[in-house]
Ligand binder design. Sequence first.
Ligand SMILES: [Zn+2]
Length: 394
Amino acid sequence: MTKSIIDEQRSAQAQLSNEEITRYSRHLIMPEVTIEGQRRLKAARVLCIGAGGLGSPAALYLAAGGVGTIGLVDFDEVDLTNLQRQILHGTKDVGRKKLESASERLRNLNPHIDLELHDCRFTSANAQDLVERYDVVVDGSDNFSTRYLSNDVCVWARKPNIYGSVFRFDGQSTVFAPHLAGPCYRCMFPEPPPAGTVPNCAEAGVLGILPGIIGMIQATEAIKLILGLGESLIGRLLLFDALKMKFREFNLRRDPLCPVCGENPTITSPIDYEEFCGTNTESVAAATALPTISVHELKQKIDAKTPMIILDVREPFEYEIARIENSKLIPLDELPDHLDELDPNAEIVALCHGGVRSARAVEFLRASGFARAINLAGGIDAWANEIDPAMPRY
Ligand SMILES: [Zn+2]
């Protein structure tokens, strides 16, 4: 059995009243949980970032299951378009603070738990302070800057960060915990996609039940870590496809060169995450200034059997999810050690997920004498979107 993230001293102090014993009886009769596990749940402190699509089911089940303290961070108000999936809130709550309606609903569900309401954005200024006070973080955010921020502060504070994201009919989840030998979000995605290339739920839509499923997976992982039960999703990325009703999983590896959790970290305090993920970053400008090719032009070249090397610089687990036929995989980090595998006279089309990592590869290749290296604009994601609709997207 894995070790609980709640130490025994703390769980021993969490006593259950007779009413709580009755309420949690279906837990208590399970030999894997018993009153000891329920005390651990009561002693536990879970921070939910966001009271939206993922945070709603997660917070409801954490509260129902008896997690003693739930922190909620949210600054937003309930909008009518939220109600298709954000089941913490009801029709009468439209226009109210999400924290108000969420706390009402959760207190009604379980008056024995403590709610800590943080009516603010989760930012570089407050993130470390907030995360320090909790045992585990359920990240229900819907944007890249918050995800990188919650990742980084959880790595520094040595707190497991339970990740979830949803897009249309697809969802994914994993647990980031370098202190428990797993990778972090930056090991998986070293760079955010170029701003504007990944639509959010408001732009692309999401099947309302999808965040329900993913948020409940996040809550399940939180409860398992607290109880010290089973195998966690640490080091495994779980992908869910609602249309095919299929779960797939991929092993994630820790990147020893990761700037946050690697052996020689270069980022040790919060950065400007808006700028890192934002619209005016120099890297995006530089990426668009490099010689590029569109996915349609690449398709024409492939169809015409034009000699070239299609160089995929993503990570192996990404390559496993989706790849262009006959492409050669060399992850960006490993490129300097594998230059001898590439013909300096060949045309090299570099690609990654969205075009940023491959832009770096093209810069590096050109500086190393590969004069015909070009970047695939939009990466494999644009390929899946515009050329091969059967290809899984992530
Ligand atoms: Zn990392």
